[in-house]
Design a protein around this ligand. Structure first.
Ligand code: ATP
Length: 236
């Protein structure tokens, strides 16, 4: 299987102290890879490194064979941060249309992104500020999906959403991955681990597992992935 992201011996310091020391892993193309770990374990810092906005001390990060953050990756890699990045005084179509213009995409491509997140049935004139929290998350995702990026990096996209909506979004992530987009998604909700094709478990800046959910269950003898995480954390 092709590799979408390759991280080699990555070392990052923030605020004068080490966050990671020599982290190495790959993310396979066309998979949903979950980056899971407690708050403060380094997920956002790692994601920032993958999208090329984090100053790194040593090591390398390659995305689609190019150094992370290369200008050539701008339209091929999309990053959804934890902060909302859409305009509440615009409609869904205006928001997605704005990002489509930035990425040099067409109106039909914007419409396809809106349909992909199942927002195409809402009234065309409805402003984003009048949408529910979950619908706003989907608008953010539509903005990131416009033009079918090859890599999608999502920092805790389901935080604060109800279980039904989370389920719906995870189904959508798999649909997008089935269409060929590689997804790296962070979460501190262990319940979401089982929904990933592959898992990176992170604790205190260290990767304590890099495997499939099935292999992690077998290796730890734990059915529940939260218990598996705790078992791995206690041995490292
Ligand atoms: N701007 C910063 N300057 C210095 N240290 C920082 C900065 N941002 C984060 N850190 C530290 O880096 C470590 C990793 O933080 P990071 O945000 O990557 O964790 P996280 O796993 O994404 O947490 P959360 O789930 O709460 O978002 C933490 O110890 C944090 O205090």
């Amino acid at each position: 299987m092709a590799t979408a992201i390759t991280v080699r011996a990555l070392t990052v310091h923030r605020g004068g102290r080490p966050i990671f020391d020599s982290l190495t892993f790959t993310v396979e193309a066309g998979t949903v890879t979950g980056l899971l770990g407690p708050s403060g374990s380094g997920k956002t810092t790692l994601i920032r490194s993958v999208v090329g906005v984090q100053i790194t001390k040593s090591g390398s990060v390659e995305v689609l064979g190019e150094p992370a953050g290369s200008p050539s990756l701008r339209s091929r890699v999309r990053y959804v941060t934890q902060e909302p990045s859409i305009y509440s005084d615009l409609t869904i179509a205006e928001n997605v249309g704005y990002f489509a213009t930035l990425y040099g995409c067409t109106k039909p491509e914007a419409e396809r992104a809106i349909a992909a997140v199942h927002l195409d049935t809402l009234p065309r004139k409805q402003l984003v500020r009048d949408l529910s929290g979950g619908q706003r998350t989907r608008v953010t995702l539509a903005c990131a999906l416009v033009g079918a990026p090859e890599v999608l990096v999502l920092d805790e996209p389901t935080v604060g959403l109800d279980p039904v909506l989370r389920e719906d979004l995870w189904r959508m992530f798999h649909r997008i991955a089935d269409d060929g987009t590689s997804i790296l998604i962070s979460s501190h909700v262990m319940d979401e681990a089982r929904r990933c094709d592959r898992l990176l478990f992170m604790r205190d800046g260290r990767l304590i597992a890099d495997d499939t959910p099935a292999d992690i269950r077998t290796r730890t003898g734990q059915d529940d992935l939260e218990d598996a995480f705790l078992a791995l954390a206690s041995h490292t």
